[in-house]
Design a binder for this molecule. Structure first.
Ligand code: EPZ
Length: 420
């Protein structure tokens, strides 16, 4: 398994361009299953999760061509059953359930695995399918959904931790070809849900309210092919902005959507980090001494859980106490023990981490555990003195396009060590 070798203490300087959003392109790739006509998706990031999803679409019978950030898919004739092993390995693949059910009237997908950040249930996804008159059974690791005709319904999709992002996308994709009107209450409002709804609308779907807690879908007979450019990855942009502040550098982020990052920008400014927005660019640097801030992760447009670990690193560098509460996932503090190996002082009290910031971090070998924690550890390594080796960075390659290359261009002393 590859690792990253980082020599810390170098402030980041220069320009970086944001890639397409992983959490937008995955459900949009699944949505191409809803039509037999060709679709073209642009600004597709070069990520292992994307190539995985391409393999899944191919295993379902679609023709898939992915090159230079452009994906061409034609799901002319498709099967209702996906490759068990492929689907089991990537949680995001659950979003093929809705389009397969919508297009074919039945689907069989393997239950997605949990991961280090939580059990990742899909009860709300299945509730939505049942409300649309599908029968749902789970046996020997598979979910089977079947419906003669899907019927529009009023569906409440709120769970114990609030709305579900992929669940909202899944139900939306099942409802676009159902008979009648579907109203999803307590829908997720994330920009990635809006991006999916925009793509479905280009395909001929009738959807209103995406981005609000109430989405209305009026079923149509069939969808046609469409072309679409994916929105930029707000979590990648947040990660680079936090890295600039953590290394006391100054960078300009290009091709972003700062309007998707208001909560992160607000917290960075509260921490005394200057963020100058200008259209799709953001200029980030410290504005003097960092200040401790308290953070609670919430559904959009609250502070995103996917930027929690990165922000925690910034707080370990900041004199004073910060409280970081994780309200979306039950165990998303795997990075805490690794940060402690670099000298950070963090204690966990239930859903909150109390960061006693201000100590200098010093480099050590550390282990990545999940996608966003890995990014946080890279930031910590760049901010620490001495050398840090971040192991198991396959997690990182799932969600950040060429992150070591982009960081090197910003002056970071970072190199990928391929395990022999
Ligand atoms: C999406 O996951 C993202 N992944 C996650 O990003 C992100 O952290 C998450 O949304 C929250 O914003 C993709 O889009 C591929 P949820 P998703 O359903 O949709 C509970 C990353 O790092 N829940 O919104 O799977 C669930 O346990 C990844 O890029 C149920 O209880 O998340 C969690 O506590 C990590 N029942 C909460 O809801 C369900 O049926 C939010 O989960 C579904 C979810």
């Amino acid at each position: 398994m590859d690792s990253l070798l980082i020599k810390g203490g170098v402030p980041l300087h220069g320009d970086v361009t944001i890639s397409g959003a992983k959490n937008s392109v995955l459900p949009i790739m699944a949505a191409t299953l809803l039509t037999s006509e060709p679709c073209v998706i642009r600004r597709v990031p070069d990520l292992s999760d994307v190539s995985f999803m391409a393999k899944i679409l191919t295993s379902l019978g679609a023709e898939v061509k992915l090159a230079d950030g452009e994906l061409r898919v034609r799901a002319k004739k498709i099967k209702p059953v996906g490759d068990y092993d492929l689907i089991r390995k990537m949680r995001g693949s659950i979003c093929i359930l809705g389009p397969l059910l919508g297009r074919l009237g039945h689907a069989q997908v393997s239950l997605p695995g949990g991961c280090v950040i939580g059990t990742r249930p899909i009860d709300l996804h299945l509730k939505g399918m049942r409300d649309l008159s599908a029968t749902v059974t789970v046996d020997s690791g598979y979910v089977h959904v079947k419906a003669k005709r899907l019927k529009g319904a009023d569906i409440f999709l709120g769970g114990r931790s609030g709305p579900t992002v992929l669940g909202t996308g899944n139900v939306m994709m099942a409802a676009v070809l159902a008979d009648g009107v579907t109203v999803i209450e307590s829908a997720a409002c994330e920009p990635e849900v809006v991006d999916l709804a925009n793509f479905l609308t280009k395909m001929g779907a009738q959807i209103s309210g995406a981005g609000s807690p109430t989405i209305t879908i009026t079923g149509v007979k069939a969808l046609h092919g469409a072309e679409h450019e994916v929105i930029p990855d707000r979590i990648e942009a947040a990660t680079f902005a936090i890295a600039a502040a953590a290394t006391d550098g100054e960078i300009t982020i290009h091709g972003a959507r700062p309007d998707h990052l208001s909560a992160v920008i607000d917290k960075l400014r509260e921490a005394n980090v200057s963020v100058e927005r200008n259209g799709t660019t953001m200029k980030v640097r410290r504005n003097g001494r960092l200040k401790p801030v308290d953070i609670t992760t919430l559904p959009y447009s609250g502070f995103p859980t996917d930027a929690q670990a990165q922000m925690m690193v910034l707080m370990t560098l900041t004199q004073g106490l910060s409280i970081i509460s994780e309200r979306i996932f039950e165990s998303r503090f795997m990075h805490v023990s690794e940060l402690a190996r670099l000298g950070a002082e963090i204690s966990i009290e239930g859903p909150s981490a109390i960061v006693k910031g201000g100590r200098k971090l010093s480099g050590a070998p550390i282990m990545a555990s999940d996608l966003r924690a890995s990014a946080a550890l890279v930031i910590a390594g760049m901010a620490a003195s001495g050398s840090t080796q971040v192991n198991r960075i396959y997690h990182l390659d799932r969600g950040y396009e060429k992150i070591d290359e982009k960081l090197r261009k910003l002056g970071a002393r970072i190199k990928r060590v391929e395990e022999t």
